[in-house]
Ligand binder design. Structure first.
Ligand code: KIV
Ligand code: ZN
Length: 511
């Protein structure tokens, strides 16, 4: 059995999903969870995108010791130099440089000839090698690139020192049989192919990202790039949990094993969902709430008699059932801090700890059993940023036959103001009341409520996605009262719109 390298790009490609931005501290938490899961390579961001991205990569590089930390870089000096700088503290580091290789991208995006693209790729790999030994080179849009050209540029990149060659299906265009054949042909035709690991990076536009990645593995790819929950640009990337469980469950077909500790897949999935505000659909494979739920009588009967009749994996192997009651009303500050440290959350100051602890006590008054998921949501809600708007109080009227109404007191730049409105429902009334003060001009693109844990005393976790002038943010709020959670989420989204942290997109700006 050979090793399948798991390269997680939740914090880079995943973060390119509209609104899925993560703060530095959130990236450190995710980085530590991925390290605990024994992910081999963690792509922590695109260092040249913004100072915030740079600092996040540097913080992950300093905090994570057992996984390789990687930064993306276009094939230009500035990007490669920034990536090297951001990775300084990493024990194991990789620079991932890329350039587009399809005729359509070379002609219309890069406006470069194929010869110039090869020259630039070789230059970029050599420059990256001047900083680190571990260099990955990607042929962007390889799914639509010509075979002869791919062979030529990959051979040159390996000669220049690339140790990993990544074949992305950037636009999610490939079909499994075709993609598998592409990998096999590259491995057979490129004379120095044995000097590099071949990797794949598939997007899910046709819903085939995992199928294409597995077809590539069956044909010799030994690294898969993927994300938790399949997060990523447009329809997302191949889902890490599906790749890992696919090769494990069908080890009769795949001659590979991964290092992944599968038992923390579900908690990590929840963490990523809470941080990004992207809910996991109930029927999502492996990590969806229904993934192991047997509804029909026939299935239940079969599972009870002999579980393998309908179950191909064990729920506990991927971390279901691992959520335990961790704390309650009487838990003290030391226990609170230590549990959060175990979850990868470190407080930078006593003030930060005190604020989170105060919120914990408030929650424990309303809810007797506090689970890890509640703590994750609580910490995400306390994420530090300048808050123009804060919720002080909320009153809502919802009565059969009456028009729903909401009255809120907001602190706006520290000054309390009372706003009210009616609406088609109480949530609508709450949002309209807030807008009567904020006048943001933003559009609500998504409103979703999820129960964080089971039972009617669960906290509701609300995501509000706002769009304004092409910018998209996901606001999050949690509370045992879903109207309060909704108000918090809307206010959080407004504050995110106020904190303009725009960054460059690696794939639109070209070389
Ligand atoms: O989809 C893609 O091509 C990418 C590359 C930058 C690897 O994300
Ligand atoms: Zn991608």
């Amino acid at each position: 059995m050979s090793q399948l390298i798991i390269f997680d790009t939740t914090m880079r490609d995943g973060e390119q999903s509209p609104g899925a931005s993560m703060t530095r501290d959130e990236k450190v938490r995710i980085g530590k969870a991925l390290e605990k899961m024994r992910v081999d390579v963690i792509e922590a961001g695109f260092a040249a995108a913004s100072p915030g991205d740079f600092e996040s990569i540097a913080a992950v590089a300093a905090a994570v010791k057992n996984s390789t930390i990687c930064s993306l870089a276009r094939a230009v000096d500035g990007d490669i130099d920034r990536a090297a700088e951001a990775l300084k503290a990493a024990e194991r580091k990789r620079i991932h440089t890329f350039i587009a290789t399809s005729p359509i991208h070379m002609e219309h995006k890069l406006r470069m000839s194929p010869d110039q693209v090869v020259e630039r790729a070789v230059y970029a790999v050599k420059r990256a090698r001047s900083y680190v030994d571990d260099v990955e080179f990607s042929c962007e849009d390889a799914g639509r690139s010509e075979m002869d050209f791919l062979c030529r540029i990959i051979e040159a990149a390996i000669d220049a020192g690339a140790r990993t060659i990544n074949i992305p299906d950037t636009v999610g265009y490939a079909i499994p049989e075709e993609f598998g054949y592409k990998i096999k042909t590259l491995l057979n035709r490129i004379p120095n192919a044995d000097k590099a690991i071949f990797s794949v990076h598939c997007h899910n536009d046709l819903g085939l990202a995992v199928a294409n990645s597995l077809a590539a593995v069956a044909n010799g790819a030994r690294q898969v790039e993927c994300t938790i929950n399949g997060l990523g640009e447009r329809a997302g990337n191949a889902a890490l949990e599906e790749i890992v469980m696919g090769v494990r469950t069908r080890s009769d077909l795949f001659e590979v094993t991964s290092n992944i500790n599968t038992e923390i897949i579900v908690p990590t999935s929840r963490m990523v969902s809470t941080i990004t505000g992207f809910p996991v659909q109930p029927n999502k494979a492996i990590v969806g709430a229904n993934a192991f739920a047997h509804e029909s009588g026939i299935h239940q009967d079969g599972v009870l008699k002999h579980r393998e009749t309908y179950e191909i994996m064990r729920a506990e192997d991927v971390g279901w059932g691992a959520n335990k009651m961790v704390m309650g009303k009487h838990s003290g500050r030391a226990a609170f801090r230590s549990r959060l440290e175990e979850l990868g959350v470190n407080f930078e100051s006593d003030q930060e700890l005190n604020l989170a602890f105060a919120r914990f006590k408030e929650l424990a008054d309303k809810k007797h059993e506090i689970f890890d998921e509640d703590l994750q949501a609580l910490v995400s809600a306390t994420r530090s940023m300048d808050e123009k708007y804060q919720l002080v109080t909320l009153e809502a009227l919802s009565q059969t036959g009456e028009t729903p109404k909401a009255k809120l007191t907001l602190a706006v730049d520290g000054k309390e103001e009372t706003v009210e409105s009616d609406g088609s429902g109480p949530v609508d009334a709450v949002f309209k009341a807030i807008e009567s003060n904020a006048n943001s001009g933003a559009n609500v693109q998504l409103y979703s409520v999820n129960a964080i844990t089971q039972g009617t005393d669960s906290q509701g976790e609300v995501t509000v996605r706002l769009e304004k002038g092409g910018r998209i943010v996901n606001g999050l709020g949690s509370d045992t009262d879903i109207l309060v959670a909704s108000a918090k989420a809307y206010i959080n989204a407004l504050n995110l719109l106020e904190n303009n942290n725009d960054k460059a997109h690696p794939q639109t700006s070209g070389v």
